[in-house]
Design a protein around this ligand. Structure first.
Ligand code: OSB
Ligand code: MG
Length: 372
């Protein structure tokens, strides 16, 4: 395929329920939607799901926009690419900025699979017809409000619930949720909020008593040695998220036994191409994986569903239905979960319609470039 034009839309949508992690609180999200066309006029969409602030990763919406418009799109426009897996080679000199690259890579995959007449999931090597969805719950003001949120998601049929934790919001909420939901598949995500100090290590070891499916990203992204020491001292598997941006990070984490489970986010790893390679590497190492989310709108969310259909994704993924976060989504039909499972689309490309009118209404910045 030859990339003939590229359009970016900066789109802001309100969240139904504000979301707080160890680092920030959000009541709306702004993502950049990438629209690529080829010489035949076929269209592929991808999503740059960077948070607005550099608290999860160094990226922001502004930096992603800058890198996409100044470096990534100029590198791919007018170029012949035989396979989306090779798109990244065209902008391989760009270091970091993986959220921006992920949106471009995903649009390339969507375009290519659409042209080839295959569902994105099949193009990626997916095998499942449905994927099991978990939900991620932010830090609430009170434990009662948290219990109410957990009940709501259990009632909605989700079989796995993850709780955001931070020092001061960990052992007590987890103890109470576990007491109220003894059989629930429950896990916690610290987004790196714990320090390698005795008080924090003690809190994390206490969490070993609640039969959690995993403790996700307890320490800072680069703190692989403390993570390995913690894993050595507890039964609960440690799951890595922010620590693994690249395949080399994953090889190092596996060699150090810095965890036992990997959260694969295409957004964090620069796209679907690297996500699939991480899946293969983790499988060879015996690490189960699941697909993490960044509160994606429908375009990124449906790509995550496609990715989660690969065989190594044996744990529930953060691919909850659109209505967990958004009153109205940018795709049609919106994603729905039935008994906690989301169907993998079976029609070519993304397998959903992109609502371009709705996107235009909510877009407050646009950039368009045509190959010369
Ligand atoms: O660590 O998984 C995370 C959202 C923003 C930043 C980091 C994370 C998250 C989530 C969202 O947990 C999960 C989802 O998209 O459903
Ligand atoms: Mg996480």
């Amino acid at each position: 395929m030859k990339i003939d034009s590229a359009t970016l839309h900066r789109v802001r949508l309100p969240l139904k329920h504000s979301f707080q992690t160890s680092s920030h609180r959000k009541d709306h999200l702004e993502h950049v939607l990438v629209r690529l066309t080829d010489e035949t006029g076929a269209v592929g969409w991808g999503e740059i799901a960077s948070p607005s602030d550099p608290f999860y990763a160094p990226d922001t919406v502004e930096t992603s926009w800058l890198i996409a418009t100044e470096y990534l799109l100029p590198a791919i426009l007018g170029r012949e690419v035989e396979h989306p897996g090779r798109l990244g080679e065209l902008y391989g000199k760009v270091r970091g900025h993986r959220f921006a690259a992920a949106g471009v890579d995903a649009a390339g995959w969507a375009l290519w699979s659409r042209m080839r007449g295959v569902p994105l999931a099949k193009a990626l090597g997916g095998e499942r017809e449905t994927v099991v969805a978990g939900v991620s719950l932010g830090i609430e003001r009170t434990i009662d409000e948290l219990l109410e949120q957990v009940q709501r998601q259990v009632d909605a049929g989700y079989p796995r619930v993850k709780l955001k934790i931070a020092p001061g919001w960990d052992v007590e909420p987890v103890k109470q949720v576990r007491a109220a939901f003894p059989a629930l598949n429950l896990h916690v995500d610290a987004n790196g909020a714990y320090l390698d100090i005795p008080e924090h290590r003690a809190l994390l070891r206490e969490l070993d008593n609640f039969e959690l499916a995993m403790i996700e990203q307890p320490f800072a992204p680069r703190a692989l040695l403390p993570s390995a020491q913690l894993q050595e001292s507890i039964e609960t598997p440690v799951c890595l998220d922010e620590s693994v941006d690249t395949l080399d990070d994953l090889r190092t984490a596996i060699a150090l036994r810095a965890g036992r489970i990997l959260n694969i986010k295409a957004s964090r790893m620069g796209g679907l191409t690297t996500a699939v390679a991480a899946h293969d590497l983790a499988r060879d190492a015996g690490w189960p994986v699941w697909c993490g989310g960044m509160h994606e709108f429908g375009i990124g969310r449906i790509a995550n569903v496609a990715l989660s259909s690969l065989p190594g994704f044996t744990l529930p993924s953060d691919v909850s239905a659109s209505d967990k976060y958004y009153a109205r989504d940018v795709v049609f039909p919106p994603l729905v979960a039935q008994h906690g499972a989301v169907a993998v689309p079976t029609t070519p490309g993304l397998g959903v319609e992109v609502d371009e009118d709705f996107i235009a209404q909510h877009s407050h910045q646009t950039h368009r470039k045509q190959s010369s």
